[in-house]
Design a protein around this ligand. Structure first.
Ligand code: FMN
Length: 368
């Protein structure tokens, strides 16, 4: 539980409608939109009308924070050719349409920053029977880097990142955070989960290095912590920085909750404000899939929050909202992130407060 929360006036009972203050940013409620890649970027990774309508509808729909999907921190850090990017001024200008609309609806605009590592340069998910097949350099793809030359499933084999590559990664995240601030985002989130580059460094299943970036947990945390430190240093002090962390790899020899706890404490020391807690998807292995269970990451978030003292928001199978209400009310989480349920229904959060016409836009009042 964060030390900066605000409770409802006259009561200590927390609800999804209780605002949450993080640094100088007050999020108006605790039902948040999880980042979900749309693979719909325009030229040079810029947001398009699709993104404006898609994110705009969820802001109208009453979520307190709209986390715009993973944005690559550089062209070689994308997962596909249709990923959004946040490494230059033209992209920032296009993002400004989104942040201005989201802010105008009273929601907080946030953006996730990504380096794909060995999970880069693949087809759009709806091509090739959803297999995310590799796109080689000869076909317009790009070279991948990873902690080690170990591929993800059938994707291209990454080159083992050099020290110069890692310096570039840290600088690219910092530059992207500066660009996000210029674009009007109030929050940035570093993606250190779901098997992307920073998670690859953390997990012994992808990181076989023998230098100071591999082996011990201290070494495997080095790159993600350098990135977190660099982002925190350049993002304005009044604005929060989140990290999406993995609580477990759900795989033998992978990250466990004990290791995730050590990482969470280190992130607290770096000045990170909130952990967005997820798990799995580091390896393409049916056995290593997160279980189908409502609120699958709630207990992990609770444990990581208590151990680190950081605010936490679990994600994963919370779209039913009953459990979401319970975990917020009991203080096990400070907020919840909802993904697929918000793809199905952009007005999910408003429907949850259907008795309150004031929550709906004035333009829709005659329908209530
Ligand atoms: C279409 C789609 C795209 C996604 N893209 C991202 C992404 O850009 N970044 C991320 O961290 N997770 C991404 N995810 C995972 C979601 O943010 C979320 O963690 C996952 O769907 C579990 O939450 P849910 O059960 O509420 O859907 C994506 C999920 C979907 C369905």
């Amino acid at each position: 539980m964060s030390s900066t929360e605000i409770t409802d006036p006259g009561t200590t009972q927390l609800t999804p409608l209780t605002p949450l203050r993080l640094r100088e940013v007050t999020v108006p409620n605790r039902l948040w939109m999880s980042p979900m890649a749309q693979y719909a970027a325009g030229q040079d990774g810029r947001p398009t009308d699709w993104h404006l309508v898609h994110y705009g509808a969820r802001a109208v729909g009453g979520v307190g924070l709209v986390m715009v999907e993973s944005n690559a921190v550089g062209p070689l850090h994308r997962t596909t050719s249709a990923d959004l990017g946040i490494w230059n001024e033209d992209q920032a200008a296009a993002h400004r349409r989104l942040t201005s609309f989201i802010t105008g609806r009273g929601a907080v605009p946030a953006v996730q920053l990504l380096a794909a590592g060995r999970k880069g340069s693949h087809q759009l998910p709806w091509h090739g029977a959803g297999q995310n097949g590799p796109v080689g350099v000869a076909d317009g793809g790009w070279e991948l880097i990873g902690p080690s030359a170990v591929p993800f499933g059938g994707l291209s084999v990454p080159r083992e990142a050099t020290r110069a590559d890692l310096d570039e990664v840290v600088e690219a995240f910092a530059h992207a955070a500066r660009t996000a601030h210029l674009a009007g985002y109030e929050v940035v989130e570093i993606h250190a989960a779901h098997g992307y580059l920073l998670h690859q460094f953390l997990s012994p299943l992808a990181n076989h290095r023998t230098d100071e970036y591999g082996g011990s947990l201290q070494n495997r945390m080095r790159l993600p912590l350098d990135v977190a430190r660099a982002v925190r240093a350049v993002f304005p002090p009044e604005k929060p920085v989140f990290v999406r962390v993995t609580a477990t790899d759900w795989a033998e020899g992978g990250i466990t909750l004990d290791e995730a706890t050590v990482f969470a404490k280190e992130l607290a020391g770096v000045g990170i404000d909130l952990l967005d807690v997820t798990s799995g998807v580091l390896v393409r292995d049916r056995e290593a899939r997160p279980p189908q269970r409502e609120g699958v990451n709630v207990d992990f978030a609770d444990a990581l929050g208590k151990a680190s003292g950081l605010a936490v928001a679990p994600v994963g199978q919370l779209g039913g909202l009953t459990l979401a209400r319970e975990v917020i009310g009991s203080g096990r989480a400070d907020a919840v992130l909802v993904g697929r349920a918000l793809l199905r229904d952009p007005y999910l959060a408003l429907r949850d407060r259907s008795g309150d016409p004031a929550a709906w836009p004035a333009q829709y009042h005659r329908a209530l």
